[in-house]
Design a protein around this ligand. Structure first.
Ligand code: GLU
Length: 379
Protein backbone atom coordinates (compact mmCIF):
# COMPACT_ATOMS: atom_id res chain seq x y z
CA UNK A 1 0.00 0.00 0.00
CA UNK A 2 1.05 3.55 -0.64
CA UNK A 3 0.76 6.27 1.89
CA UNK A 4 -2.89 7.21 1.58
CA UNK A 5 -3.86 10.74 0.80
CA UNK A 6 -5.64 11.03 4.15
CA UNK A 7 -5.47 14.78 4.41
CA UNK A 8 -6.60 15.32 0.88
CA UNK A 9 -8.58 18.51 0.63
CA UNK A 10 -8.08 19.69 -2.94
CA UNK A 11 -7.67 17.50 -5.98
CA UNK A 12 -7.40 18.08 -9.72
CA UNK A 13 -8.63 15.11 -11.74
CA UNK A 14 -7.74 15.09 -15.42
CA UNK A 15 -9.57 12.74 -17.77
CA UNK A 16 -8.23 12.00 -21.22
CA UNK A 17 -10.16 11.58 -24.47
CA UNK A 18 -9.39 7.87 -24.69
CA UNK A 19 -11.07 7.30 -21.34
CA UNK A 20 -14.23 9.03 -22.53
CA UNK A 21 -14.61 7.92 -26.13
CA UNK A 22 -14.87 4.67 -28.04
CA UNK A 23 -14.85 4.20 -31.81
CA UNK A 24 -14.80 7.97 -32.26
CA UNK A 25 -17.87 8.63 -30.08
CA UNK A 26 -18.37 9.92 -26.57
CA UNK A 27 -19.15 6.98 -24.31
CA UNK A 28 -21.97 7.95 -22.00
CA UNK A 29 -21.29 5.18 -19.52
CA UNK A 30 -17.72 6.41 -19.05
CA UNK A 31 -18.89 9.95 -18.28
CA UNK A 32 -21.32 8.44 -15.80
CA UNK A 33 -18.54 6.36 -14.26
CA UNK A 34 -16.22 9.37 -13.83
CA UNK A 35 -19.08 11.57 -12.60
CA UNK A 36 -20.05 9.04 -9.93
CA UNK A 37 -16.49 8.99 -8.65
CA UNK A 38 -16.35 12.78 -8.59
CA UNK A 39 -19.58 12.75 -6.58
CA UNK A 40 -17.93 10.37 -4.15
CA UNK A 41 -15.07 12.85 -3.65
CA UNK A 42 -17.46 15.76 -3.16
CA UNK A 43 -19.41 13.73 -0.60
CA UNK A 44 -16.21 13.23 1.34
CA UNK A 45 -15.78 17.01 1.49
CA UNK A 46 -12.90 17.05 -1.00
CA UNK A 47 -12.78 20.01 -3.37
CA UNK A 48 -12.46 18.80 -6.95
CA UNK A 49 -11.57 20.40 -10.24
CA UNK A 50 -12.19 18.18 -13.22
CA UNK A 51 -10.05 18.87 -16.27
CA UNK A 52 -11.78 16.98 -19.03
CA UNK A 53 -10.71 16.39 -22.60
CA UNK A 54 -13.10 14.89 -25.09
CA UNK A 55 -14.62 17.97 -26.76
CA UNK A 56 -13.02 17.35 -30.14
CA UNK A 57 -13.73 13.62 -29.83
CA UNK A 58 -17.38 14.32 -29.01
CA UNK A 59 -17.64 16.72 -31.96
CA UNK A 60 -16.22 14.05 -34.24
CA UNK A 61 -18.78 11.56 -33.04
CA UNK A 62 -21.64 13.99 -33.62
CA UNK A 63 -20.51 14.78 -37.17
CA UNK A 64 -19.57 11.16 -37.88
CA UNK A 65 -15.87 11.88 -38.53
CA UNK A 66 -13.74 8.79 -38.08
CA UNK A 67 -10.28 10.41 -38.12
CA UNK A 68 -8.96 13.39 -36.19
CA UNK A 69 -8.74 16.48 -38.39
CA UNK A 70 -5.35 18.18 -38.34
CA UNK A 71 -6.47 21.56 -39.69
CA UNK A 72 -6.95 24.02 -36.87
CA UNK A 73 -10.29 25.55 -38.00
CA UNK A 74 -11.79 22.07 -38.23
CA UNK A 75 -10.58 21.20 -34.74
CA UNK A 76 -11.96 24.49 -33.49
CA UNK A 77 -15.36 23.74 -34.99
CA UNK A 78 -15.40 20.19 -33.66
CA UNK A 79 -14.48 21.41 -30.17
CA UNK A 80 -17.27 24.01 -30.24
CA UNK A 81 -19.82 21.32 -31.10
CA UNK A 82 -18.41 18.68 -28.77
CA UNK A 83 -17.82 20.84 -25.70
CA UNK A 84 -21.53 21.47 -25.41
CA UNK A 85 -22.31 17.75 -25.60
CA UNK A 86 -19.58 16.97 -23.07
CA UNK A 87 -20.91 19.48 -20.56
CA UNK A 88 -24.51 18.32 -21.02
CA UNK A 89 -23.48 14.82 -20.10
CA UNK A 90 -21.43 15.88 -17.09
CA UNK A 91 -24.26 18.12 -15.87
CA UNK A 92 -26.65 15.18 -16.12
CA UNK A 93 -24.48 12.64 -14.33
CA UNK A 94 -23.07 14.93 -11.66
CA UNK A 95 -26.53 15.76 -10.33
CA UNK A 96 -27.43 16.75 -7.65
CA UNK A 97 -24.06 18.53 -7.80
CA UNK A 98 -23.82 21.48 -10.12
CA UNK A 99 -21.20 21.54 -12.85
CA UNK A 100 -19.62 24.74 -14.17
CA UNK A 101 -17.65 25.17 -17.35
CA UNK A 102 -14.33 27.02 -17.44
CA UNK A 103 -12.60 27.21 -20.81
CA UNK A 104 -9.05 28.53 -20.76
CA UNK A 105 -6.45 29.63 -23.26
CA UNK A 106 -2.77 29.92 -22.51
CA UNK A 107 -3.20 33.70 -22.39
CA UNK A 108 -5.47 33.33 -19.36
CA UNK A 109 -2.62 31.89 -17.32
CA UNK A 110 0.09 33.88 -19.04
CA UNK A 111 -0.96 37.23 -17.68
CA UNK A 112 -0.65 37.49 -13.94
CA UNK A 113 -3.91 39.38 -13.43
CA UNK A 114 -5.92 36.99 -15.58
CA UNK A 115 -4.23 34.08 -13.81
CA UNK A 116 -5.43 35.44 -10.48
CA UNK A 117 -8.91 36.01 -11.94
CA UNK A 118 -9.16 32.38 -12.97
CA UNK A 119 -8.16 31.43 -9.46
CA UNK A 120 -10.84 33.62 -7.90
CA UNK A 121 -13.45 32.17 -10.17
CA UNK A 122 -12.50 28.60 -9.26
CA UNK A 123 -12.47 29.38 -5.55
CA UNK A 124 -15.92 30.97 -5.77
CA UNK A 125 -17.34 27.88 -7.46
CA UNK A 126 -15.85 25.75 -4.71
CA UNK A 127 -17.46 27.94 -2.08
CA UNK A 128 -20.78 27.14 -3.70
CA UNK A 129 -19.93 23.43 -3.82
CA UNK A 130 -20.01 23.45 -7.60
CA UNK A 131 -17.68 21.20 -9.60
CA UNK A 132 -15.62 23.30 -12.04
CA UNK A 133 -14.98 21.47 -15.29
CA UNK A 134 -12.00 22.90 -17.14
CA UNK A 135 -10.92 22.40 -20.73
CA UNK A 136 -8.77 24.30 -23.16
CA UNK A 137 -10.85 26.80 -25.12
CA UNK A 138 -10.08 24.94 -28.32
CA UNK A 139 -12.56 26.80 -30.47
CA UNK A 140 -10.57 30.05 -30.14
CA UNK A 141 -7.05 28.79 -29.36
CA UNK A 142 -4.48 29.15 -32.08
CA UNK A 143 -1.17 27.30 -32.12
CA UNK A 144 0.91 30.03 -30.45
CA UNK A 145 -1.35 30.24 -27.44
CA UNK A 146 -2.12 26.58 -26.96
CA UNK A 147 -1.25 24.75 -23.77
CA UNK A 148 -0.12 21.84 -25.85
CA UNK A 149 -2.38 19.38 -24.16
CA UNK A 150 -4.68 19.01 -21.21
CA UNK A 151 -2.05 17.26 -19.05
CA UNK A 152 -0.10 20.51 -18.88
CA UNK A 153 -3.26 22.51 -18.38
CA UNK A 154 -4.22 20.25 -15.46
CA UNK A 155 -0.82 20.64 -13.80
CA UNK A 156 -0.98 24.43 -14.14
CA UNK A 157 -4.46 24.42 -12.63
CA UNK A 158 -3.18 22.18 -9.81
CA UNK A 159 -0.47 24.75 -9.08
CA UNK A 160 -2.92 27.61 -9.40
CA UNK A 161 -5.09 26.33 -6.58
CA UNK A 162 -2.28 24.55 -4.65
CA UNK A 163 -3.91 21.15 -4.99
CA UNK A 164 -2.88 18.27 -2.73
CA UNK A 165 -2.97 15.81 -5.62
CA UNK A 166 -3.04 15.79 -9.40
CA UNK A 167 -4.69 12.62 -10.68
CA UNK A 168 -4.30 11.99 -14.40
CA UNK A 169 -6.70 9.34 -15.65
CA UNK A 170 -5.74 7.95 -19.01
CA UNK A 171 -5.72 4.73 -20.94
CA UNK A 172 -1.92 4.62 -20.55
CA UNK A 173 -2.32 3.49 -16.97
CA UNK A 174 1.07 4.66 -15.71
CA UNK A 175 4.74 4.83 -16.62
CA UNK A 176 6.03 1.56 -17.99
CA UNK A 177 9.64 0.47 -17.88
CA UNK A 178 9.40 -0.47 -21.57
CA UNK A 179 6.89 0.11 -24.33
CA UNK A 180 4.17 -2.51 -24.03
CA UNK A 181 3.83 -5.26 -26.58
CA UNK A 182 0.22 -5.16 -27.85
CA UNK A 183 -0.39 -8.71 -26.65
CA UNK A 184 0.83 -7.95 -23.11
CA UNK A 185 -1.08 -4.72 -23.17
CA UNK A 186 -4.32 -6.55 -23.76
CA UNK A 187 -3.52 -8.96 -21.00
CA UNK A 188 -2.72 -6.04 -18.69
CA UNK A 189 0.72 -7.38 -17.83
CA UNK A 190 2.83 -4.34 -18.59
CA UNK A 191 5.32 -3.42 -16.01
CA UNK A 192 4.13 -0.20 -14.46
CA UNK A 193 6.54 1.67 -12.23
CA UNK A 194 4.78 2.26 -8.94
CA UNK A 195 6.70 5.26 -7.61
CA UNK A 196 8.96 7.82 -9.27
CA UNK A 197 10.89 9.73 -6.66
CA UNK A 198 12.44 12.23 -9.04
CA UNK A 199 11.95 12.93 -12.70
CA UNK A 200 15.44 12.31 -14.07
CA UNK A 201 16.56 12.08 -17.73
CA UNK A 202 16.36 8.27 -17.38
CA UNK A 203 12.71 8.52 -16.38
CA UNK A 204 12.05 10.87 -19.26
CA UNK A 205 13.56 8.36 -21.68
CA UNK A 206 11.11 5.71 -20.53
CA UNK A 207 8.25 7.78 -21.86
CA UNK A 208 7.32 6.96 -25.36
CA UNK A 209 4.75 8.64 -27.51
CA UNK A 210 1.66 6.59 -28.00
CA UNK A 211 -0.05 7.28 -31.26
CA UNK A 212 -3.74 8.05 -31.18
CA UNK A 213 -6.28 9.51 -33.51
CA UNK A 214 -8.07 11.63 -30.96
CA UNK A 215 -5.48 12.48 -28.37
CA UNK A 216 -2.35 14.54 -28.04
CA UNK A 217 -0.90 13.48 -24.71
CA UNK A 218 0.99 10.24 -24.20
CA UNK A 219 3.42 9.58 -21.38
CA UNK A 220 5.81 12.35 -22.43
CA UNK A 221 3.27 15.03 -21.68
CA UNK A 222 2.22 13.29 -18.47
CA UNK A 223 5.80 13.41 -17.22
CA UNK A 224 6.01 17.11 -18.09
CA UNK A 225 2.79 17.67 -16.19
CA UNK A 226 4.10 15.69 -13.21
CA UNK A 227 7.27 17.80 -13.25
CA UNK A 228 5.29 21.05 -13.12
CA UNK A 229 3.16 19.68 -10.28
CA UNK A 230 6.22 18.32 -8.44
CA UNK A 231 7.87 21.75 -8.52
CA UNK A 232 4.77 23.14 -6.87
CA UNK A 233 5.06 20.46 -4.16
CA UNK A 234 2.15 18.45 -5.57
CA UNK A 235 2.24 14.66 -6.11
CA UNK A 236 0.85 13.26 -9.36
CA UNK A 237 -0.69 9.87 -9.97
CA UNK A 238 -1.14 8.63 -13.54
CA UNK A 239 -3.63 5.76 -13.56
CA UNK A 240 -5.97 3.77 -15.77
CA UNK A 241 -9.13 5.84 -16.11
CA UNK A 242 -11.31 3.01 -17.33
CA UNK A 243 -10.81 0.93 -14.21
CA UNK A 244 -13.88 0.88 -12.00
CA UNK A 245 -13.56 2.95 -8.81
CA UNK A 246 -10.01 4.02 -9.73
CA UNK A 247 -10.23 7.37 -7.95
CA UNK A 248 -11.24 5.80 -4.66
CA UNK A 249 -8.57 3.11 -5.02
CA UNK A 250 -5.81 5.67 -5.62
CA UNK A 251 -6.92 7.81 -2.73
CA UNK A 252 -7.09 4.86 -0.38
CA UNK A 253 -3.49 4.05 -1.25
CA UNK A 254 -3.80 1.07 -3.58
CA UNK A 255 -0.76 0.64 -5.81
CA UNK A 256 -2.48 1.84 -8.93
CA UNK A 257 -0.63 3.49 -11.79
CA UNK A 258 2.48 5.57 -11.16
CA UNK A 259 2.91 7.99 -8.29
CA UNK A 260 5.32 10.87 -9.02
CA UNK A 261 6.53 12.30 -5.74
CA UNK A 262 6.72 16.08 -5.29
CA UNK A 263 9.96 18.03 -4.88
CA UNK A 264 10.98 18.55 -1.26
CA UNK A 265 11.12 22.26 -1.69
CA UNK A 266 7.84 23.72 -2.91
CA UNK A 267 8.25 26.49 -5.43
CA UNK A 268 6.46 29.64 -4.30
CA UNK A 269 3.25 30.34 -6.27
CA UNK A 270 4.73 33.41 -7.94
CA UNK A 271 7.89 31.58 -9.04
CA UNK A 272 5.85 28.67 -10.27
CA UNK A 273 3.84 31.10 -12.42
CA UNK A 274 7.07 32.59 -13.78
CA UNK A 275 8.49 29.15 -14.50
CA UNK A 276 5.54 27.36 -16.01
CA UNK A 277 2.40 29.39 -16.57
CA UNK A 278 3.69 32.44 -18.35
CA UNK A 279 5.03 32.47 -21.89
CA UNK A 280 8.43 34.08 -22.44
CA UNK A 281 8.52 37.21 -24.60
CA UNK A 282 12.23 37.14 -25.42
CA UNK A 283 15.66 35.97 -24.30
CA UNK A 284 18.45 37.50 -22.28
CA UNK A 285 21.92 36.05 -22.81
CA UNK A 286 24.31 36.21 -19.90
CA UNK A 287 28.04 35.69 -19.37
CA UNK A 288 29.76 33.04 -17.26
CA UNK A 289 30.09 35.23 -14.16
CA UNK A 290 26.38 36.05 -14.12
CA UNK A 291 25.55 32.39 -14.77
CA UNK A 292 27.42 31.37 -11.65
CA UNK A 293 25.85 34.15 -9.60
CA UNK A 294 22.35 33.08 -10.65
CA UNK A 295 22.65 29.33 -10.70
CA UNK A 296 25.04 28.72 -7.80
CA UNK A 297 24.43 31.67 -5.52
CA UNK A 298 20.76 32.48 -6.24
CA UNK A 299 21.60 36.15 -6.94
CA UNK A 300 19.70 38.73 -9.00
CA UNK A 301 20.62 39.46 -12.62
CA UNK A 302 22.46 42.75 -13.13
CA UNK A 303 23.03 44.51 -16.43
CA UNK A 304 26.78 43.94 -16.14
CA UNK A 305 26.29 40.21 -16.78
CA UNK A 306 24.15 40.61 -19.90
CA UNK A 307 25.84 40.12 -23.24
CA UNK A 308 22.87 40.11 -25.58
CA UNK A 309 19.11 39.84 -26.04
CA UNK A 310 16.69 38.34 -28.51
CA UNK A 311 13.21 39.64 -29.21
CA UNK A 312 11.27 42.66 -28.06
CA UNK A 313 9.80 42.80 -24.59
CA UNK A 314 8.39 45.29 -22.15
CA UNK A 315 8.98 45.96 -18.47
CA UNK A 316 7.20 43.22 -16.51
CA UNK A 317 7.43 40.61 -19.28
CA UNK A 318 8.86 37.16 -18.70
CA UNK A 319 12.05 36.26 -20.54
CA UNK A 320 14.16 33.16 -20.88
CA UNK A 321 17.68 33.42 -19.49
CA UNK A 322 20.25 31.75 -21.73
CA UNK A 323 23.98 31.15 -21.35
CA UNK A 324 26.29 31.94 -24.23
CA UNK A 325 25.72 28.45 -25.68
CA UNK A 326 21.98 29.26 -25.75
CA UNK A 327 21.20 26.77 -23.01
CA UNK A 328 18.16 27.85 -21.00
CA UNK A 329 19.12 28.48 -17.38
CA UNK A 330 15.82 29.80 -16.16
CA UNK A 331 13.19 32.48 -16.55
CA UNK A 332 12.51 35.80 -14.97
CA UNK A 333 10.44 38.95 -14.97
CA UNK A 334 12.36 41.98 -16.26
CA UNK A 335 12.51 45.45 -14.74
CA UNK A 336 13.78 46.95 -17.99
CA UNK A 337 12.51 46.66 -21.57
CA UNK A 338 14.51 45.09 -24.40
CA UNK A 339 15.25 48.57 -25.73
CA UNK A 340 16.63 49.70 -22.37
CA UNK A 341 18.66 46.52 -21.92
CA UNK A 342 20.25 47.06 -25.34
CA UNK A 343 21.58 50.34 -23.92
CA UNK A 344 22.69 49.18 -20.50
CA UNK A 345 23.98 45.63 -21.14
CA UNK A 346 27.53 45.17 -19.92
CA UNK A 347 27.42 48.33 -17.76
CA UNK A 348 27.73 48.50 -13.98
CA UNK A 349 24.46 49.26 -12.15
CA UNK A 350 25.83 52.67 -11.08
CA UNK A 351 26.13 53.62 -14.77
CA UNK A 352 22.44 53.02 -15.58
CA UNK A 353 21.27 56.51 -14.72
CA UNK A 354 23.96 58.20 -16.80
CA UNK A 355 22.98 56.05 -19.76
CA UNK A 356 19.17 56.10 -19.51
CA UNK A 357 18.62 59.33 -17.60
CA UNK A 358 16.89 57.38 -14.79
CA UNK A 359 17.38 54.25 -12.75
CA UNK A 360 14.22 52.63 -11.43
CA UNK A 361 15.88 49.39 -10.36
CA UNK A 362 19.36 48.13 -9.50
CA UNK A 363 18.68 44.75 -11.08
CA UNK A 364 17.40 43.74 -14.48
CA UNK A 365 15.76 40.70 -12.86
CA UNK A 366 15.37 40.58 -9.11
CA UNK A 367 16.01 37.20 -7.49
CA UNK A 368 12.39 37.13 -6.23
CA UNK A 369 11.25 37.26 -9.86
CA UNK A 370 13.69 34.64 -11.03
CA UNK A 371 13.34 30.90 -11.54
CA UNK A 372 16.66 29.11 -11.97
CA UNK A 373 16.13 25.39 -11.25
CA UNK A 374 19.74 24.59 -10.35
CA UNK A 375 19.77 27.56 -7.95
CA UNK A 376 16.44 26.58 -6.43
CA UNK A 377 17.41 22.92 -6.07
CA UNK A 378 13.88 22.22 -7.14
CA UNK A 379 14.77 19.59 -9.74
N1 GLU B 1 -8.93 19.95 -25.38
C1 GLU B 1 -9.00 18.78 -26.22
C2 GLU B 1 -10.44 18.25 -26.25
O1 GLU B 1 -11.23 18.57 -25.40
C3 GLU B 1 -8.13 17.67 -25.75
C4 GLU B 1 -6.67 17.99 -25.68
C5 GLU B 1 -5.86 16.77 -25.23
O2 GLU B 1 -6.13 15.65 -25.72
O3 GLU B 1 -4.97 16.92 -24.41
O4 GLU B 1 -10.76 17.50 -27.14
Amino acid sequence: MRKTFINLKKIVVKVGTKVLTKDGCLEEKQIENISNQIKWLVKKGIKVILVSSGAIGAGMGILGFKKRRRLLPLQQGLAAIGQNELMNKYSKFLRPNLAAQILLTREDLNQRQRYLNVRNSLLTLWQWNVVPIVNENDSVSVEEIKFGDNDQLASLVANLISADLLLILSDVGGLRSSPPAPRLRRAGQNEIISVVEKITPTIEKMAFKEKGDLTKGGMVSKIQAARIAANGGIPTVVAQGREKGIIEKVIKGEQKGTLFLPCQKRLKARKSWIAFSSLPHGDVIIDQGAKEALVKKGKSLLCSGIIGIYGKFKIGDIVRILDKDKKELGRGLVHYSSQEIEQIKGLQSNQIEAELGYKDYEEVIHRDNLYCPAGEESG
